[in-house]
Design a protein around this ligand. Structure first.
Ligand SMILES: [Fe+2]
Length: 217
């Protein structure tokens, strides 16, 4: 699973919109076909946006998504936000789409479950905490379970299309809190969207990613 994340991060110009790894209707009823199709269009928008930025600023054409997200401070201030939004938008969406699955197929288990219970008391408490972090986001962004700089499981939030990688952390699981991710299905009922999200995540892949990260620490 870490290879998948690395291959997303290693992408360079010209960026290409990767195929959706599942059928658009596979996450129903938790996420509708229309929402997932619309969401996929956002990935396409970020791909086109980053290609355009590279063409207008040729000095960055050799930069990978990882380099943009970890060296953004070297980008002039008037371009920085655009680069982060598009590079982060590609990474965040490809990573998210890559762990979607049919509803109610997977549960959090294995070492990830053990460590979440140790940290948060129970899986339910972990879900409650990350949902609360997500509910508290003002505007748009992501609620993220990460491995922080000290190798600790931590819940953080990021704004817009930022990503924990920008802050030296490893993203394990991210929930998209842009309205495009849920508004069509549940309107303002963010709590329902959050509950639905847990049911359409392939937790085996998330646990595998977690274990891969632990091995390299
Ligand atoms: Fe999104």
């Amino acid at each position: 699973m870490k290879e998948t994340m690395d291959s997303i991060l290693d992408q360079k110009y010209p960026f290409v919109t990767t195929a959706m790894p599942i059928q658009f209707n596979e996450c129903t009823p938790n996420t509708s076909e229309a929402t997932l199709k619309n969401h996929y269009e956002y990935l396409n928008k970020y791909v086109n946006g980053l290609n355009k930025l590279m063409e207008e600023n040729e000095g960055y054409k050799s930069w990978s998504i990882k380099k943009i997200l970890t060296n953004y401070s070297q980008i002039p201030i008037d371009l920085e936000d655009d680069f982060i939004e598009n590079a982060g938008g590609i990474f965040n969406h490809e990573a998210l789409f890559g762990v979607l699955c049919k509803p109610n197929m997977k549960e959090i288990k294995g070492k990830l479950a053990d460590d979440l219970v140790r940290k948060y008391g129970s899986i339910e408490n972990f879900k409650t905490e990350i949902k609360q972090a997500a509910m508290d986001i003002i505007g748009v962004g992501y609620a993220c379970l990460v491995l922080d700089e000290n190798g600790e499981l931590t819940i953080i939030t990021v704004e817009n299309q930022e990503n924990p990688i920008m802050y030296g952390m490893k993203p394990i699981f991210m929930i998209d809190l842009w309205e495009h991710a849920y508004y069509l299905d549940v309107q303002v009922n963010k709590a329902k969207y959050l509950d639905d999200q847990f049911n359409i995540i392939d937790w085996d892949k998330i646990e595998q990613l977690y274990n891969d990260y632990l091995k390299e620490m």
